[in-house]
Design a protein around this ligand. Sequence first.
Ligand SMILES: *[C@@H]1O[C@H](CO)[C@@H](O)[C@H](O)[C@H]1NC(C)=O
Length: 304
Amino acid sequence: MAIHINSCTTTSFLVLLASFFLIVRATPAPNHVGPDVDLLEFPLNLEYLEAEFFLFGSLGHGLDVVDPDLAQGGPPPIGAKLAELDHFVNDVILQFALQEVGHLRAIKNIVRGFPRPLLNLSSAAFAKVMDSAFGKPLHPPFDPYANEINYLLASYVIPYVGLTGYVGANPELLRPASKKLVAGLLGVESGQDAVIRALLYERRELVVQPYGVTVAEFTNRISILRNKLGNRGWKDEGLVVPILQGAEGKVPGNILAGDRYSLAYPRTPHEILRIVYGGGDEHVPGGFFPNGADGRIAKSYLYA
Ligand SMILES: *[C@@H]1O[C@H](CO)[C@@H](O)[C@H](O)[C@H]1NC(C)=O
């Protein structure tokens, strides 16, 4: 009897297995994320930005040395360079850099993607972000590569935007393979954001020289700027907030950003473009992307 049931089960299992392979075989390889392709390609823009900023910051060179194939012939970034970092921060940033290289590979394993876009990672590009955040030019201009604290503040500008993008993309995705990829990317991006925020939170009362402004105030200004540029409400919070904005409305410390339920905020691609282009308009490239971002979504705004 037992044997009979077993062979029955085995037969249905084999039928199931066969139909599974038929379905899989009927679907050409890249199509398992078919309708999600644009949403999976879009974050390559940010992953290129992060990879180059962290590679140059920790090693003094970028993808063209580490893995030229991944750049796919895209132009080298403008103005990126080795940052003056102590051993600890350098060690952390190098790990982030290599994680971003992995992310580029992971995305390109699933979608065709595009070559590295032109990136402006010059001190001047970061200085402009900080000037906008403070509503006036800082003297001397902010230099992300000058020391640990400046580099960490500059890093505060980047993975968080990617994180909100992955949170925003998730409910739009249709295929399990896409959701699996985005969940994996989100996990590590939010880990990077958490490390950067934790390192800054430890130094939140430190006065950033020569500006006479605390680390906490820098993060608040940057977050307010991103809320303004994204122009879709409150999705960004500094390290110290009014108590009502802290977790459960009970604490001013804000080591991680989150909504009233401490859930991560979502952003759409056009909100992200408004921020990384620096001018609050997804149709007008600039900021870190002088020629605009690549992929169908970004291009649809550029040529609209
Ligand atoms: C890079 O950004 C700085 C600051 O906005 C700007 O002055 C410079 O012209 C930019 N470089 C390119 C090639 O866009």
